[in-house]
Design a protein around this ligand. Structure first.
Ligand code: 5GP
Ligand code: MG
Length: 185
């Protein structure tokens, strides 16, 4: 690995400019749909934190934020299908209009589990805002988010909050790593 994060990237999938346009469109839609609802944005740590920081500033109506940490991938690149709640919300969601903001919907197992959990706490509504949705041929995710930033191909991606072994989250764009980066591990 060289000193620069950039040099580990094979290709850029979504540029900074494209990200800004996506986030502002999502923020506008949420602002219209939740004008009088004071929604609670639930940010799924750690991957979604950068997206949520930008999304909140694109929302022009009152809203709150809380954080939840789950682990599903560990340090590798394959989904384990197991979702552990590492940190729970501090907010009582009963009667609240909840929007779960996620970095990426891959198998959707993580989100399906979270939606179920928050619904079970008597939230007034629970919707999902996924910055990215991975298109997996022949696979239908167990839920369809109300808000989707954009779709990405079925590749392992990093940047804009998304990590590989906790690295690359600080890339300001979304990209694909060079295969040799995994091989080094
Ligand atoms: P799912 O449960 O939908 O399969 O996966 C959910 C989580 O896995 C995401 O929130 C994200 O943290 C991680 N994940 C899924 N696909 C990718 C990917 O392509 N790159 C990275 N860095 N994380 C991913
Ligand atoms: Mg992750």
């Amino acid at each position: 690995m060289s000193g620069r994060l950039d040099s580990d990237i094979e290709k850029v999938l979504i540029s900074e400019e494209e990200i800004a346009a996506i986030v502002s469109r999502l923020g506008e839609r949420i602002s219209v749909d939740y004008a009088d609802k004071n929604p609670l944005i639930v940010s799924v740590l750690r991957g979604a934190f950068i997206f949520v920081a930008d999304l909140m500033r694109a929302i022009t109506v009152p809203c709150n934020v809380d954080f939840m940490a789950v682990s599903s991938y560990g340090d590798g690149v394959k989904s384990t299908g197991v979702v552990n709640i590492v940190k729970d919300l501090s907010t009582d969601v009963a009667g609240r209009y909840v929007i779960i903001a996620e970095d990426i919907l891959d198998t959707g197992l993580t989100l399906a589990r979270l939606v179920e959990l928050i619904r079970g706490r008597d939230a007034a509504s629970v919707e999902v805002c996924a910055f990215l949705v991975k298109d997996i041929e022949g696979y239908t995710a167990p839920l369809s988010p109300k808000y989707v930033g954009t779709h990405v191909p079925n590749e392992f991606i990093v940047g804009y909050g998304l990590d590989y072994a906790e690295g690359y989250r600080n890339l300001p764009y979304v990209g694909v790593l060079k295969p040799e980066v995994y091989a080094e591990k």
